[in-house]
Design a protein around this ligand. Structure first.
Ligand code: LHQ
Length: 262
């Protein structure tokens, strides 16, 4: 299923989206943006889908914007490409109330790195790397990099990473807290499948509210965040999954979550 540039496969509550321009290291074209957005929207609306996995075909995850495509249209208004494509993509990924795992199978460069980092759980192959390539070509980091990087790894590392534009090995990315973990290349598929299967039977509604609470914490005061936790706990606490979770604990058995809000 899916289009030419994004492959879509769904099974057991997991929707797997594969960026599919391997000969161009899965660089983003407008067509790929449109297909990815449509696939994400469909997964978001599909009640059977409880977790999304985003990965790349071939040896790279994604090399960012396809620079051959922007050459013709020029980068005179590179901002319009962000406005049209990257900004809505990052907003969609970060606000979708379902978990999104990014399986970084190889190099993630430019906007490709930052789209990966916008996902909820990032697992990288040990040979992968993250390259804030932008300043190599006279651009500034985008697709939320200037927001995400200082928050995840601190301003000092964010400054050097973006200004030097050197590849950051996946192992270092994990050690710095930029991503969740690295695994041996030949274990990536199995590790990500195991994580996805676990999340596919998790209380999806509570996971979505957790994602919302963590996102809002970056602008909230402690008092606002405590109020938010109260409000979201009220919602989660009234869900069938909370009733099931507590009942299962007391009955000393594994819970059977539906993922639903009511
Ligand atoms: C590519 C690309 C690519 C096209 C590899 N485009 N073909 C937003 C708004 C508006 C404007 C601009 O940008 C943005 C956001 C951004 O993402 S800007 C940053 C764009 N990305 C980059 O600058 C990274 C460019 N790529 C590279 O530096 C290298 O390809 C890396 C370091 C990722 C990998 O190097 P290698 O492993 O040596 O592979 P390669 O360079 O030989 O690439 C393989 C092929 O993929 C090659 O095509 P060819 O036909 O010659 O075999 C490359 O031209 C193509 N490719 N990235 N972004």
């Amino acid at each position: 299923m899916g289009g030419e540039t994004v492959l879509v496969a769904s099974s057991g509550g997991v929707t797997r989206l594969t960026l599919n321009r391997p000969d161009k290291l899965n660089a983003f074209t407008l067509a790929m943006h449109a297909e990815l957005r449509a696939a994400l929207e469909a997964a978001g609306a599909d009640s059977q889908c409880r977790v999304i996995v985003l990965t790349g075909a071939g040896r790279a995850f994604c090399a960012g914007q396809d620079l051959a495509e922007t050459r013709g249209g020029g980068t005179a208004d590179a901002g319009s490409r962000l406005e049209q494509a990257y900004n809505p993509l990052v907003k969609f990924i970060t606000s979708l109330e379902k978990p999104i795992i990014c399986a970084v199978n190889g190099i993630a460069a430019g906007a490709g790195a930052n789209v990966a980092l916008a996902c909820d759980i990032v697992v990288a192959a040990r040979s992968a790397s993250f390259l804030q390539a932008f300043t190599r070509i006279g651009l500034v980091p985008d697709a939320s990099g200037t927001w995400t990087l200082p928050r995840l790894i601190g301003p000092a590392r964010a400054r050097a990473l973006t200004m030097l534009a050197e590849p950051l090995p996946a192992e270092t990315a994990a050690a710095w807290g930029l991503i969740w973990k690295t695994v041996d290349d030949d274990k990536l598929e199995a590790e990500v499948s195991a994580l996805a299967s676990k999340l596919a039977i998790a209380p999806t509604y509570a996971l979505g509210l957790t994602k919302r609470a963590l996102a809002l914490s970056s602008t909230n005061t402690l008092a606002q965040q405590l109020d938010l936790e109260r409000d979201l706990q009220r919602k989660a606490g009234a869900s069938p999954d909370a009733a099931e979770g507590i009942r299962a604990f007391l009955e000393k058995r594994a819970p059977k979550f539906t993922g639903k809000s009511a």
